[in-house]
Design a protein around this ligand. Structure first.
Ligand SMILES: [Zn+2]
Length: 263
């Protein structure tokens, strides 16, 4: 489906890149660009895709004359070149953010051999750690942030494990900011979740298990047997879901599943 010259059947992209490199959330667009050319033209907001580097337009948001039909604010690849911005139809068509090729996005979860660390990814994680920790918490169902706004131990452990397992070593076309929380949980090995604070639905799920009934102390999960959390793809070749699973003793308990695709 096309609207006003834009492809709208894309995965939801919430980040943009500037010509000189920095990647930011679309909420920061005006503050970072000062609405200068080529980012602002004819009252439309343009930038570059963080993944393929080809031009994107920011859709929706106030003061934008392109209304998104859903009322949401997001970024989408432009169909045509925009003056002053890089445009590469080949790279765009292969971009995981672009749905011209169906299931492009699944390549985000693929492992590469012998790749160097992706510098953009490590910078992005450092600069957006609280936001990523919050989103990881929402995905796994345990608090990613403490009340003082710093990351929780379970997030720190997952991030460490992700890095130790080569999570930073990705292809440029796998740098998709929206997917980073999912990439972290999927690449991490099982981590201890003792002392973590589950969300209510997860706490209820844990307490329904006969072996874990007594494991909640206050708001914290404090099982008296070794318990780890792991996040696994339902299908390695064609993932659609990430399963959030507890491992304890010889047993396991699926806490929830989340969509492998950012909706
Ligand atoms: Zn792209």
């Amino acid at each position: 489906m096309k609207l006003d010259g834009l492809f709208i059947e894309e995965i939801v992209m919430k980040y943009f890149k500037l010509i000189d490199g920095g990647t930011y959330h679309i909420d920061e667009f005006e503050e970072k660009t000062n609405k200068n050319i080529p980012y602002y033209q004819n009252s439309k907001r343009y930038a570059l895709c963080p993944t393929c580097g080809s031009s994107i337009q920011l859709i929706g948001g106030e003061n934008n004359n392109t209304q998104s039909r859903t009322g949401k604010y997001y970024a989408a690849h432009t169909r045509n070149p925009i003056e002053g911005l890089f445009y590469d139809i080949e790279r765009r068509n292969k971009c995981p953010n672009y749905e011209g090729n169906q299931n492009n996005w699944q390549g985000i979860y693929q492992r590469g051999e012998g790749l160097p660390e992706n510098e953009e990814l490590s910078i992005f994680i450092n600069e957006n750690q609280s936001d990523i920790a919050k989103k990881v918490g929402d995905l796994i169902g345990f608090n990613g942030l403490k009340s003082d706004g710093t990351p929780t131990a379970i997030f720190d452990k997952m991030l460490e494990s992700f890095i130790r397992n080569g999570g930073l070593c990705i292809l440029p076309e796998q740098f998709v900011p929206d997917y980073i929380p999912r990439m972290i949980i999927e690449r991490a090995e099982p981590v201890s979740c003792w002392g973590a604070t589950p969300y209510e639905e997860i706490r209820n799920r844990i307490q329904q298990n006969p072996n874990l009934q007594e494991s909640i102390e206050g708001v914290q999960f404090k099982p008296n047997i070794r318990t780890e959390l792991v996040c696994v793809l339902n299908n390695v070749e064609n993932p659609t879901q990430i399963i959030i699973r507890l491992l304890f003793g010889q047993d396991e308990l699926d806490l929830k599943t989340v969509n492998a695709r950012v909706q």
